[in-house]
Design a protein around this ligand. Structure first.
Ligand code: FE2
Length: 202
């Protein structure tokens, strides 16, 4: 399932978030997943949205969700999100556009064939050859919600100067990944470190 949620943030929230991330920018570290980008796990403002905007995502998906974690990334020119699918903590994911000077930057999705994992010990699946890639464009303040484990997703290299995206991740409250709630953490804002390893070890 992929859903576009317009006006995920209201004007005031968006204004504050925009300024907040410009203040945070010099302290952000290089992202381990994406070239030409900086990122942070569990930022306090993003964790606040993770908590307070859960009902919006539940309404879009029509079911109860449990928060796992947030991740926030600032892309620069040439930054790209390589094609990938997500770990169980990202069963339901949101990419929220905070700001972008090129507002025409699609995120692409390709449905996975969930009938069999590529390896019985993993949650990796191959793309469904009968499905076609789908793209979505969101303007600042709006979001795309999607099943991060059920679709591979990617972005082509960014052609603008700077784009800020906040990712909010959830699991289904009645799904198979409830043990990943809070990403194994004890409280919002806690860094994952050992926490997620403890969940995988269960
Ligand atoms: Fe992802």
């Amino acid at each position: 399932m992929i859903k576009k949620i317009d006006n995920f943030l209201n004007e005031e929230e968006l204004r504050v978030a925009h300024n907040y991330w410009l203040v945070r920018e010099p302290g952000l570290e290089a992202c381990g997943q994406c070239n030409d980008s900086v990122a942070v796990y569990g930022d306090p403002l993003s964790e606040t949205f993770l908590k307070t905007k859960k009902s919006l995502v539940e309404k879009a998906f029509g079911e109860e969700l449990l928060p796992t974690y947030s991740f926030s990334r600032m892309y620069y020119k040439g930054g790209e999100l390589k094609r990938h699918s997500d770990r169980p903590s990202c069963e339901v994911s949101v990419t929220l556009n905070i700001f972008a000077d090129n507002t025409n930057w699609p995120i692409w999705f390709h449905k996975l064939d969930m009938s069999k994992p590529t390896d019985p010990n993993t949650t990796n699946y191959v793309e469904d050859p009968n499905a076609k890639p789908i793209s979505l464009i969101t303007k600042p303040g709006s979001a795309a919600a999607y099943e991060g484990c059920a679709y591979s997703h990617w972005r082509e290299p960014y052609s603008g100067e700077k784009c800020m995206q906040v990712f909010l991740h959830y699991v289904r409250a009645k799904g198979r990944y409830t043990s990943f709630a809070m990403d194994g953490r004890k409280y919002f804002g806690q860094h994952k470190q050992q926490a997620i390893k403890n969940v995988w070890a269960q």
